[in-house]
Each structure stands twice: as C-alpha cells, then as structure tokens.
Write a new protein. Structure first.
Length: 508
C-alpha cells in the first residue's frame, strides 16, 4: 500500500516510474480486470497520467455481486453485533484522519479541485464514518400496543446487497455518503466510483481492509457506467441501488432497476435558485453568491447556479459580483494559492464551453469570463474562467439546463411572488437559498421553494446530521442523517401473541 502511494506522488512530481495499476477489491482480494484492460487516470490540471486503473467490465461486476451476496447470506456479517460494526467504521475514520494529507493530495491530483477543498472533503468523510458508526448502537424501531392481546414490534433490518454508483466531483465524500450508512445498517456493498476518479476510492478500500471488514462485505469495482454500472443496476442479485450523478443516467438506472423491483435512491442534478432581496446583508449575499457557484469549479449538484436578484439592487450587485469573480485565482489545485481548479475532463470542458456559446446565441449578456484559459501554464489543462450571464429570460437553455461548471446566470425580480415563481420554474428541485434581513419573509420564501436542501442567509453548508436530496427530477430518497440510514434498511413488523391460544376461526 505504502509503495503505491509513494509512486503516486513521485509520478505527479515528474518521477519516471509508472504507478502500479489501481486494482479492484472483490471478495477480500485485490484483483485486476478479468479482461486485463487498464485505463489512464488523468490529472485535470495538465491531462498527464497519474495512475493506471483496472478497467473492469460486466464479468468483474458479476464477481463482485456474487461476493457481496455470499457475504450477506453465508458470511458472519449479518450476525455481527452493531457495536462491532461501529468499531470497524470508527477505525476507518481514525485511519483516514492519520493519512488525511495523502488523501487530500490524491483527491486534488485526480479531480483538480483546490487542495483546501480536498482537505475539507477528507475531514467531512471521516466525520461521516464517525456519524454512522455512532448510529449503529442507538435505539431503533418502535413498539405498538394494538387492540388484541398482542405486542407489535417494528424492527429495521439490512436490505441485502447494495449497489452504489458515484460521480467524479466528490469521489471520496460520495464514497463515505454511500458506504458508511449501508455498512452501518449491516448490508454488503458493491461500490463503483466514476471511471475518471478511482484513486481515493481505492485508497479508502485499503483502509476498509486494514480496519478488518470481513471479505466480501465491501467490494470495489472499477470501470465504465454502461457496462459495470449497468450490470449493477440491472442485476437480479442486487437488492438496492444508490446512485449520484446526472439525471439522464439516473433515469436509465431507474429503468434497469425494474428487473427485480430493487429499491432505488437517486441524487441527481440541479439548477438551484439563490434569491437575494434588497434588504439582504450586502457582503454576506455577495460572498455566498460567489461561493454558491464557483466552489469546486461549479461542479456541484446543489450549486447556486441561478442568482435571482431584486431589481433595486440588481445593477450594483452584478457589478460588484463580476469584479470579485474576475479576481478569483484559477490554477492548479495543488498550488495553495489556487481558489478554483480545472474542470474534470476535456470532454466536460467542451460541454461547459458549448453552454457558454449557447448563452451568447440566446442573447444573454456576459459580464465576466466566458473563455477557456489557455495561456501557459494552463495550456494542457481544463481551465475555464468564472463566468456570469445577465439579461436572461426564464426559457433560455442556460437558465433551464444544468451546466455543471463555473457559469452563473442572473435573473431579476420585482416582488416576493415573482422571486418564488422564477425559483420554482425548473424541472429540478435539489437546493435553494434566500438572503434577506426580514426573518418572516425568509421562512415564507423557503417554505414555498420546491427543493429539498435550503439555506437562509448562507449557501452550501452541508451536515452529516441532516437529510440530503431533492424534489422533482433531482432525485428519489435522502442521504445523510437518520433518513439516509433508513434508506438502507427494510422495515419488519413482528406481532407477538401475549395470550397463547388457538384463534378458533375454523370450527372443524
Ligand atoms: O455523469 P454520470 P457524467 C451531471 C452533470 C454532468 C452530467 C454528465 O450535468 O455534466 O451529469 O456527467 C456511472 N448505468 N452530473 O456523464 O453519467 C458513471 O460511470 C449505471 C451531476 O460524468 O451521471 C459514474 O460512476 N451507471 C452530478 C456515475 O454513473 C452509469 C455529478 C455518474 O456518471 C451509467 C456528475 C449507466 N448506464 C454529473 N452511465 C451530481 N448530481 O452530483 C454512467 N454511469
């Protein structure tokens, strides 16, 4: 394990040794792809190779599903006491905390995100494992006094084999959001990271192995979505699939899941509104408007990508916003001065630039950015300027569609009703924020927002304790908190006869 980590760093710093292949973890063993195929894993800052990853396929996915099934039905996991599951999850958090800087550096190398954000993600990941470790041993279930001389008890049990598929924007954190609650509840899992960002998932599974999870309980498969991901989603042996990613992919997972009516939870895209009234605290509103869209290069499902401004402050606000956005330091995430990193891939960069072009053609006005940054040292990487469009109309594609990059669109409103109408005019309903000095109005507006994650006078803070998920086409179900735990459980009623005697229903 240590050798592999050394090789990552060595390679990233220009060393000549090609890193070892990143392998899959199936049934407690590190394995190559059955086909022997590998994929280059790239650094978005220069598109250089930082690692070679096993490129799994359907056969590998089936092997992992079989291992998870055997571990659930034949292994000791279901009988493992909650306190032992908690100990293992706490151990993962401790190991992660010891190796925090390695994880943060690797996350930045693989995703491009600024190091300070990667450090944040690592801490959050450890906290998520601790949160769910704590939940294992807390009271669960209910009892009812029913009308017969009967005691009814309701217990929560693991669902079985859980397939988990995550995207590339928060590889480590999304792994924690999926693995920690599923394992806490006693399930076995088959986990698939994005084919673009397997590095910290592999490192995390090394910690799961070291912590002592029994073989087959947590399995890691690497590879593309249309083979490995699809095999997980359509498998008859997977009892639940949990997915974070784009809405289009989410829909195909939902369709594949009908094979065995598996349980599904989906955390999908968004086009989230951030409403600023004219009585808002000026500095706070500007600060969070920037943070809401340009954190993690805008590659955030809950990004505040539509800024809805009161007409009285609109002109002055956007002037100041553009001034500050153009000063954001874009660069290689490994540079501690960097405030915004490169986009994940060349392909995704093209998609974001294409949307900027669409915005121009639709007649929206650019007041900041709008270009790829291509002068050296940016020439090999996927850098795009922080970009802001004004003079938009609600039906424009840049207002309706998720761009998933550093592109903010501004809308203007006259009164509270119009602000809410604009905010809710979306197929999505993931997140939203409101900034105002009027407490009653803040709550009024938030209660009218059709979204699952909301903020008053701030934007972005996320807590392991609170449920995360969306309305409308932003998804199904909730992650995090007790809600996220319950999504990994089946509910069973147990009726206990307190007066043991025949019912006498049939006379003969
Ligand atoms: O994500 P995908 P992509 C949005 C964002 C982005 C768009 C496409 O707008 O531009 O989605 O990005 C796996 N069966 N978000 O293509 O396809 C895939 O291997 C099963 C929003 O990168 O959603 C990866 O592990 N799995 C978002 C995961 O799904 C499949 C985060 C996510 O990939 C599959 C990322 C299939 N048929 C992108 N096809 C968010 N809401 O956080 C792909 N996958």
């Amino acid at each position: 394990m240590a050798e592999r980590e050394f090789q990552f760093r060595n390679f990233a710093q220009g060393g000549e040794r090609v890193p070892k292949e990143l392998q899959m973890f199936i049934g407690g063993q590190w394995v190559k792809a059955a086909s022997g195929a590998v994929r280059d894993i790239l650094n978005p800052a220069d598109n250089g190779t930082i690692a070679l990853a096993a490129e799994g396929g359907e056969r590998d996915a089936q092997k992992a599903i079989a291992a998870a099934k055997e571990a659930f039905y034949e292994g000791p996991w279901v009988e493992t006491p909650p306190a032992e599951r908690a100990r293992l999850l706490f151990a993962v958090a401790d190991l992660l905390a010891e190796r925090g800087s390695d994880f943060a550096g690797s996350e930045t190398l693989n995703t491009g995100k600024p190091l300070r954000e990667a450090v944040y993600d690592v801490n959050d990941t450890a906290a998520c494992f601790r949160y769910y470790a704590g939940i294992c041993t807390k009271p669960h279930g209910q009892t009812y006094d029913v009308s017969d001389p009967m005691q009814t008890m309701v217990v929560r049990e693991p669902i079985g084999v859980c397939g988990q598929i995550v995207p590339w924007n928060y590889p480590l954190l999304m792994a924690a959001w999926k693995l920690a609650p599923a394992l806490a509840a006693g399930n076995t899992v088959v986990f698939k990271p994005s084919e673009l960002t397997p590095v910290t998932a592999v490192m995390l599974f090394e910690l799961l192995e070291k912590a002592g999870f029994p073989g087959g309980v947590a399995n890691l498969v690497l590879g593309p979505g249309n083979t490995v991901g699809q095999a997980i989603a359509s498998s008859l042996d997977v009892d639940k699939v949990a997915f974070t990613g784009g809405t289009k992919t989410g829909r195909s997972i939902l369709e594949a899941s009908v094979s065995n009516i598996k349980q599904v939870s989906l955390e999908l895209g968004g086009k989230s509104p951030n409403i600023v009234f004219d009585d808002a605290d000026w500095e706070t509103a500007i600060d969070y408007a920037l943070f809401g869209i340009f954190a993690n290069q805008g590659e955030v499902c809950s990004a505040g990508s539509r800024l809805i401004l009161h007409e009285k402050i609109h002109d002055h606000f956007i002037e100041e916003l553009a001034r500050r956005a153009s000063k954001i330091r874009v660069g290689n995430g490994m540079d501690p001065e960097t405030e915004m990193g490169p986009l994940i891939s060349r392909e995704h960069t093209e998609k974001v630039l294409h949307y900027i072009e669409i915005g121009r053609q639709e007649g929206a006005r650019l007041i900041c950015g709008g270009h790829r940054i291509s002068a050296p040292p940016y020439d090999q990487g996927n850098f795009v300027e922080p970009t802001i469009f004004i003079d938009t109309t609600p039906e424009m594609r840049i207002v309706q569609e998720e761009i998933f990059g550093p592109v903010l669109v501004v809308q203007k409103f006259k009164d509270e009703d119009e602000a809410v109408r604009l905010a809710n005019n979306s197929i999505y309903g993931l997140a939203g924020g409101v900034f105002t000095g009027d407490g009653a109005r803040a709550l009024r507006v938030i209660r009218r927002l059709r979204a699952g994650i909301t903020w008053i006078n701030c934007y972005n803070p996320t807590y392991n304790e609170a449920p995360w998920g969306g309305y409308k086409q932003s998804g199904l179900g909730r992650e995090l908190g007790t809600f996220g735990y319950e999504e990994y459980t089946e509910v069973k009623q147990i009726n206990i006869n307190l007066s043991v005697a025949p019912s006498g229903w049939f006379k003969g």
